[in-house]
Design a protein around this ligand. Structure first.
Ligand code: T46
Length: 132
């Protein structure tokens, strides 16, 4: 399944912590878009789609959230609960996000600009797409 959980290097000292995401070093693509998700309401689930052509790196900057990842053959669950952990997701992975803690903030770095046409929002269509 085309996903990875990366342990990011923390530059920490008595002043606090700093993490850098840099193309070619710990970021496997050039960033074309950044978005963030916050103020999620209790019990909500988000995502429930796959992308035909999009790589993303996701960091939970505050709080926690779970990702369910599915490549049509297996399902994995990843808990993001620390800013020094990043979730990389490649193409053709169905994702669902759930269990957002109060005040959770997710930052997402994306390899492409927003294009609604490259989303697959129907699970059966996703299964058909990955058979091709
Ligand atoms: C993903 C997960 C992790 C835009 O106009 N531009 C954008 O760049 C994005 C990401 C969204 N939007 C609009 C489209 C919808 O009207 O914002 C609204 C909410 O988007 P969506 O329902 O797709 O949000 P999530 O949280 O279900 O999914 C998002 C990303 O869309 C998706 O790529 O992998 O976060």
């Amino acid at each position: 399944m085309d996903y990875k959980v990366l342990d990011l290097k923390v530059f920490g000292d008595e002043r606090g912590s700093l993490i850098s995401l840099e193309e070619g070093r710990n970021l496997p693509f050039a960033i074309k878009r950044v978005y963030y998700i916050y103020d999620t309401k209790p019990g909500v689930e988000r995502g429930k789609h796959a992308h035909k052509n999009l790589q993303q790196l996701i960091v939970c900057l505050h709080g926690s959230c779970s990702f369910v990842l599915d490549d049509g053959a297996a399902r994995r669950e990843v808990l993001l609960n620390c800013p020094d952990k990043a979730l990389y997701i490649g193409n053709n992975i169905w994702r669902e996000m759930k269990d957002f803690s109060y005040g959770a903030v997710l930052m997402v770095l994306a390899s492409q600009t927003y294009d609604d046409k490259e989303y697959i929002r129907d699970y059966n269509e996703f299964l058909r797409e990955i058979q091709k």
